[in-house]
Design a protein around this ligand. Structure first.
Ligand SMILES: NC(=O)c1ccc[n+]([C@@H]2O[C@H](COP(=O)([O-])OP(=O)(O)OC[C@H]3O[C@@H](n4cnc5c(N)ncnc54)[C@H](OP(=O)(O)O)[C@@H]3O)[C@@H](O)[C@H]2O)c1
Length: 347
């Protein structure tokens, strides 16, 4: 007889008591499922970019130190929840056991291969061994197990693409899906960090939705990222600038838009202190979508107030309806983008 669990996983919270698993400091990662949980064998983690960037820097890019940090973190908290960025990531693996209350009521059976679509920052995880660190693509091959709560969302891995490619795309699925919802025909859209993983998917959706009357702008500090966007023809305008320099960004975007600024700014960077660039590049009554996990709510709220901008600012909810399907479909719609993603994440 299995124990009865709460749909949100509060039965796993160790400390502090009374909170949900995501804000909890420590959760119970005993790999024995409650009646409403799914137990999975985990093969690969996709660490959130802001978190992996912070861990890599802390480890001085030494892979053995990265392994130690990850193992220590999971041992201490029962989940991969980086306290310095607050973020986690997601995993791929296969279903080992389904709790008796869920069995037969969900579209999963033992052996099915899935990607988790809830953050590792709330997912009970146990790592037996780290097999390989893929330092350039934020992924780690592991031997371990994880638990999905009843409320936890997941996607079955699609049969028409390599799993590492699907994992990379699903990690940032919320970004292109939100872009698809937000962009209207004729919009001026700026994607800050447009040459990165989520940025390229957002550019694809923005270009499709803004249409011939719109203007899609990509901004990155590195020449390589700018060239990547040009080669893929995903932006009408490519700006090479540092989003930590808000005035430089505002001037460049103003120049590119004949002083109009942007209806929508999508922030896809993996470094802090880019809130003001996003705000200053947005026209009055426009919208900023902060997908970046390095965003400070305080900096954005007080910053917009400080410059008298009446704009809508959206927190980057990683979930929106059908986000997995929309994100995976970008790979089917854009063969050049798929080729780049396959070479980068799945070769
Ligand atoms: N909201 C959610 O649910 C969710 C889910 C997953 C990830 N995220 C977050 O989304 C963000 C992007 O993730 P990703 O996987 O797409 O990251 P990524 O592939 O590493 O891309 C990061 C991008 O940021 C750009 N960048 C870095 N410093 C910059 C600066 N000073 N000015 C302008 N651009 C700069 C990089 O450009 P260069 O290459 O030129 O340096 C790169 O294009 C991260 O913060 C991640 O934590 C959020």
């Amino acid at each position: 007889m299995q124990k009865t669990g709460c749909p949100y996983g509060t039965h796993r919270v160790i400390s502090p008591s009374g909170v949900l698993p995501q804000p909890a400091w420590k959760i119970d990662n005993t790999m024995r499922p409650y009646d409403n949980e799914i137990l999975l064998d985990v093969e690969r983690l996709n660490i959130d970019s802001a978190s992996f960037t912070e861990i890599k820097k802390r480890a001085n890019y030494d892979e053995s130190v990265i392994c130690t940090i990850i193992l220590q973190l999971v041992k201490e908290r029962g989940k991969h929840h980086n306290p310095n960025t607050g973020s986690g990531g997601m995993f791929i693996g296969s279903v080992r056991e389904i709790g008796e209350k869920l069995s037969g009521k969900i579209d999963l059976k033992p052996g099915d291969r899935i990607a988790s679509l809830v953050s590792l920052s709330l997912t009970p995880l146990c790592i037996e061994e780290i097999l390989e660190v893929y330092i350039d693509i934020d992924q780690v091959a592991v031997r371990g197990q994880a638990i999905l709560f009843e409320s936890g969302i997941y996607a079955k891995l699609p049969p028409d693409m390599p799993e590492a490619l699907a994992l990379a795309v699903l990690d940032v699925a919320g970004a292109p899906a939100q872009t698809a919802k937000l962009v209207r025909p004729g919009d001026r859209v700026l994607v800050i960090g447009g040459g990165g993983k989520s940025g390229l998917l957002c550019l694809h959706e923005a270009k499709k939705r803004a249409g011939v009357t719109g203007q899609v702008i990509s901004l990155n500090p590195s020449a390589a990222a700018c060239q990547r966007v040009r080669d893929l023809e995903l932006a009408d305008t490519v700006i090479q600038a540092d989003a930590q320099n808000a005035l430089e960004v505002m001037q460049a975007v103003s120049l590119a838009t004949a002083g109009e600024l942007c209806d929508l700014v999508i922030n896809c960077v993996n470094v802090p202190n880019t809130e003001m660039s996003s705000i200053l590049a947005t026209r009055n009554l426009g919208t900023v979508y902060f997908f970046s996990m390095a965003t400070s709510f305080t900096a954005a709220a007080l910053g917009a107030e400080g410059v008298g901008k009446d704009i809508t600012m959206l927190i980057g909810n990683g979930y929106t309806t059908d986000h997995a399907a929309i994100a995976l479909n970008t790979m089917r719609e854009n063969p050049q983008l798929r080729e780049l993603f396959t070479a980068t994440y799945a070769s």
